[in-house]
Design a protein. Structure first.
Length: 627
């Protein structure tokens, strides 16, 4: 991260004559005229090097200029100067070799849009940050801050529609019609979605709720004057937004706005103030680079019939002016892919010595995510993508109904640990957070989130998945349970998880209170215990009575059951009684001591009484409930 500002302050523990590290970029003429580490804060600047303002320098922020290594400095300066050269190049607008090969235009346009709306006096040349997240990322602008000389401080809201667009690199970026369009698109989208007139006034009101009359008066300003200035600011922000709106071609209107339909739907498009509406039905932009109409765009002339999953993007073109895009995603719910995340292995065990010898040095190498098609028909995954903590774009493959597919962190590591016989489709980018993360399944055709949830490593989420060599498994995946609810997840039946394999037993479909073998255990109970209702010798060994010694020497009766994992449609509970008449599962009568994964696909749950063992009689019983 770099900052564009006055020179960085010399740390307190260094001499006052320490050289303040800084540099410049060559600017429009391509000739670097200001040497590195020039000590001239507050002096004049007559050349076009960037930052071109006399008080502004490119300073190292992270790592800071006083601790940065020579190699780090060299790489950072080279990348920044390469970006600078691309902005001023005759090929600057070329998507492959121009500035877009170096910087993220949406990030830079968004930062400009904020400063432009506020008419910020210090925009781009003071209190400015630019950063690169990793060696492969584009250079981004932000975060923005320092607005003490902005808004009403700069006078009329209805002037200077491109405030400070002539400063530093923005002077070159705004020469490109595509960058100008990106800026316009961001503004019009924001106005449509979240910075309405009401929202802007609410921001002012919220900021003004803190200070009371005494506090304001103590600052030396009359409270009535302060209230008047707040009122002026409320008016100013709306006037500014409406003024900027007038500078752009208005958005077209699309109807109906309700995107979900039953059989088919008629879509109408209307320009707001003249011009021609261009649209696409495949999600592509109707505007091509440079401002021409895209070859895939059509001119709207009559209502179009939509009878399948369709993403419409429309713009108005009036002469050479384009509006921002309007997008609507029309779909029938039954046509959307029906997917669940059926298993998450977010905190695997560290590599074994054998795995380490193969080159797998991190536990994250063995992370994986499993998805399941719970719909009635096969899904083409080519329009789907993972987002959130990990990212992945699915290839053009078909996932049959009821089948599962795996995305791994490291395919070779996954194969080394689990073998070849698993449906792995590729490697995701990023990593699954050990303390929790967000997972999104997105339909890229419609730009629609099919699933968005977050897991955690803390109770009530199953903690055995947090480095305990178990994965998170979704209970009853075929019912599409709420992924955000911890109660809908459990640990895998086996250590290491069960990638690609069924980890859920079939739901119980028999008559619950039948007892075909006459052993006193109902059919529902035997299903839960994994025993046969046709063999009276099975079942009794699944539960045990015992005692537990507490540190204070007291002894309490315990009741334990051992059962195979996977009957997720059934919930077990233990009840306690002193007379076989009144039964209770209240924590005041009995408490759950432990639930232990046995590593063989079973789990042992143990409850203890809250009455000491010398109190007699005491009874336990197991109750299971069909969810």
């Amino acid at each position: 991260m770099l900052n564009i500002d006055r020179m960085s302050a010399i740390p307190d523990d260094l001499p006052v004559d320490t050289i303040q590290p800084n540099f410049h970029a060559a600017g429009p003429n391509g000739i670097l005229q200001i040497p590195d580490d020039q000590q001239n804060s507050g002096g004049s600047q007559s050349v076009d090097d960037i930052s071109e303002y006399y008080h502004s320098y490119l300073n190292f922020h992270s790592p800071d200029g006083y601790s940065i290594l020579d190699d780090q400095r060299s790489i950072i300066q080279s990348k920044l100067r390469a970006m600078d050269a691309a902005v001023w190049s005759p090929n600057s607008s070329d998507p492959l070799i121009g500035y877009r090969a170096h910087l993220d235009p949406e990030s830079w346009a968004r930062a400009f849009t904020v400063h432009n709306f506020a008419k910020n006096q210090d925009a781009h040349v003071l209190s400015t940050y630019i950063y690169q997240e990793d060696p492969q990322s584009l250079i981004q602008m932000g975060p923005v801050w320092d607005f003490d000389r902005a808004y009403t401080w700069k006078g009329s809201a209805r002037s200077t529609p491109l405030w400070a667009a002539d400063r530093d690199w923005y002077d070159g970026l705004f020469d490109d019609s595509d960058f100008r369009q990106i800026h316009q698109d961001l503004w019009q989208k924001a106005r449509l979605e979240n910075i309405t007139d009401t929202a802007l006034q609410n921001l002012v009101d919220t900021a003004a709720t803190g200070p009371n009359a005494a506090q304001v008066s103590a600052s030396g300003l009359r409270f009535s004057t302060w209230r008047s200035r707040i009122s002026s600011l409320r008016t100013w922000v709306v006037d500014r937004a409406n003024y900027l709106d007038t500078r752009y071609e208005p958005l077209p209107s699309l109807s109906p706005e309700l995107e979900e339909f039953q059989n088919s739907i008629q879509v109408n498009m209307t320009p707001t103030a003249g011009g021609i509406v261009y649209f696409t039905t495949n999600g592509n932009d109707p505007r091509d680079h440079g401002g021409a109409a895209s070859p895939s765009a059509s001119i709207y002339s009559a209502p179009i019939t939509v009878n399948f999953r369709t993403r419409i993007m429309a713009r108005t073109k009036d002469g050479s002016r384009w509006s921002g895009p309007v997008e609507l995603n029309y779909f029938r719910t039954d046509d959307l892919p029906q997917l669940v995340v059926s298993e998450i292995h977010y905190h695997p065990l560290d590599p074994t010595p054998a795995e380490y010898a193969l080159g797998f040095e991190e536990a994250k190498d063995f992370e994986f995510l499993e998805l399941m098609n719970i719909g009635p028909s096969a899904i083409n995954l080519s329009t789907l993508a993972l987002d959130g903590g990990i990212t992945f774009t699915f290839p053009n493959i078909i996932l049959p109904a009821g089948n599962r597919i795996i995305v791994a962190d490291n395919l070779d590591a996954f194969t080394a640990r689990y073998g070849l016989d698993h449906p792995v489709t590729g490697e995701f980018s990023g990593s699954l957070g050990n303390s929790g993360d967000q997972i999104i399944i997105r339909d890229t055709l419609l730009n629609l989130e099919l699933l968005n949830f977050s897991y955690s490593d803390a109770s009530p989420w199953p903690t055995c998945a947090d480095g305990g060599n178990y994965s998170l498994v979704l209970k009853n995946p075929e019912t599409s349970p709420d992924h955000n609810e911890a109660a809908n997840w459990r640990c895998s039946s086996l250590p290491g998880g069960n990638p690609g394999d069924l980890d859920n037993r079939a739901p119980f479909t028999d008559i619950a209170n039948l007892d075909n073998d006459g052993d006193g255990l109902s059919a529902l109970l035997e299903h839960f215990l994994g025993t046969s209702d046709s063999n009276s010798s099975e079942g009794a060994s699944s539960y045990q009575l015992n005692t537990i010694n507490l540190p204070d020497g007291s002894i309490y009766p315990t009741f334990s059951i051992t059962y195979p994992i996977g009957a997720d449609d059934i919930t077990p509970d233990a009840f306690w009684s002193s007379d076989l008449q009144s039964w209770s599962n209240s924590p005041s009568e009995r408490i759950l001591v432990s639930e232990t994964q046995n590593g063989d696909g079973s789990i042992t749950a143990t409850w203890r009484s809250n009455s000491e063992g010398n109190i007699s009689p005491q009874f336990f019983r197991l109750q299971v409930t069909k969810n």
